[in-house]
Ligand binder design. Structure first.
Ligand SMILES: *Cc1c(COP(=O)(O)O)cnc(C)c1O
Length: 372
């Protein structure tokens, strides 16, 4: 079995279609599958499983070194299914700074008493241990943390979580398995918003969960997906497979460009600070060196000299960077985060998603937008 992510990804979906010899997998949209002794019983009804979803799951499990995977119609659908696996009133621990949509959902479920929630400050060394109790059911972490790109040491968090018997889930959207494999560091489940680097072309919403081993919780998650019908649809699964084939290539390229951009703007006169895990000045750099072995990511935040209005002006002045939310696509994006985000964020912060364009042209574009 090939172990290199470039090879695994390039062959996503298999290299040929058994019935026709086509070198790409067929698109099978059927909602129901014929039963019979000669027919595979793997598929019965599309809400539970279908060949396109399964092809994505196979490659995702291989890339992250897991034993099972489930693909959903969005990252949030996958996150919600994980949360549904928490028993009534169960205790969930998550970081203060994390993907805001996920945290909003955790909070709303805590507000109605469905779960109890403790948020911990991941910059405070003792905070996670304090947040965990013997009753903690689920520890959700994200690293690097959106939008400050702070690092959480996965192996340390796993050790603390497992000490109290919690299931540890890692949102590794920003650090796909080209650079970080949380299951190798002891995590129970990896989460990816496949909307981002996995698909990479800003045209599919999808979420993937990968399990170290399928246990009772995993069966509950699978049952939730089957009942909600939140499995990814066949055409989206087909597009996602196409995206995955170039994911390592796109991600590696974007990481290299991001490193170059961060190095240039760290010392720019109109910039207060650049937050990028690859910079030695970044507070999480040491952990990043250990944990992001294939590149420091393609996400960074640029804190401009000035206030929110100045940051908004810069975001509106780029020509190559589109002023839009999201990340992980081939096109570079820039966004004034404080205008949209519900978790704490500095007013002068611009979140940048580096795409696969020419890095020198991206540097020139940011330079003209900053001015001076
Ligand atoms: C986008 C994102 C999500 C949510 O995924 P969707 O596919 O948009 O539902 C979760 N976590 C992170 C880090 C993200 O960037």
């Amino acid at each position: 079995m090939p172990g290199d992510p470039f090879t695994i990804a390039a062959h996503a979906g298999g290299v040929f279609d058994e019935t026709t010899g086509g070198v790409v997998p067929p698109l099978q949209p059927s909602t129901t599958f014929r039963r019979g002794p000669a027919i595979s019983e793997d598929y019965v009804y599309r809400r539970y499983a279908h060949p396109g979803a399964e092809a994505v799951e196979n490659v995702a499990a291989q890339l992250d070194g897991g034993s099972a995977a489930l693909v959903f119609g969005s990252g949030m659908a996958a996150l919600s299914a994980v949360l549904e696996s928490v028993p009534m009133g169960g205790h969930v621990v998550a970081p203060v700074v994390m993907y805001h949509g996920g945290q909003d959902w955790f909070r709303s479920q805590a507000d109605i008493g469905r779960i109890s929630l403790t948020l911990f400050d991941s910059d405070d060394p003792g905070a996670l241990e304090q947040a965990l109790t013997q009753a903690t059911d689920l520890l959700w972490i994200e690293t690097p943390t959106n939008p400050m790109w702070g690092l959480i040491d996965i192996a340390d968090a796993v050790e603390l979580g497992h000490r109290v018997g919690a299931t540890v889930v890692v949102d590794s959207t920003v650090a796909p398995p080209v650079t970080t494999r949380p299951l190798d560091l002891g995590a129970d489940i990896v989460f990816h918003s496949a909307t981002k680097y996995y698909n990479g072309h800003s045209d599919v919403l999808a979420g993937i969960l990968i399990a170290a081993k399928p246990d009772e919780r995993w069966e509950r998650i699978q049952a939730v997906r089957g009942s909600h019908g939140s499995i990814l649809a066949p055409f989206d699964a087909w597009l996602l497979l196409r995206g995955i084939r170039t994911m390592p290539l796109r991600y590696t390229r974007a990481c290299q460009s991001a490193a170059a951009i961060a190095a240039v703007f760290e010392h720019h006169p109109r910039v207060e600070r650049v937050l990028y895990p690859g910079l030695e000045s970044h507070p999480g750099h040491e952990i990043a060196v250990r944990q992001m072995t294939g590149g420091f990511g393609a996400m960074m935040s640029i804190l401009v000299n000035g206030d929110a209005a100045e940051a908004r002006r810069v975001a509106a002045s780029t020509r190559l960077f589109a002023n839009a939310t999201s990340l992980g696509g081939v096109e570079s994006l820039i966004e004034h985060r404080a205008s949209y985000q519900t978790t704490p964020v500095p007013p002068n912060l611009l979140r940048v998603s580096v795409g696969i364009e020419d890095p020198d042209e991206l540097i020139a574009d940011l330079g003209q937008a900053l001015g001076g």
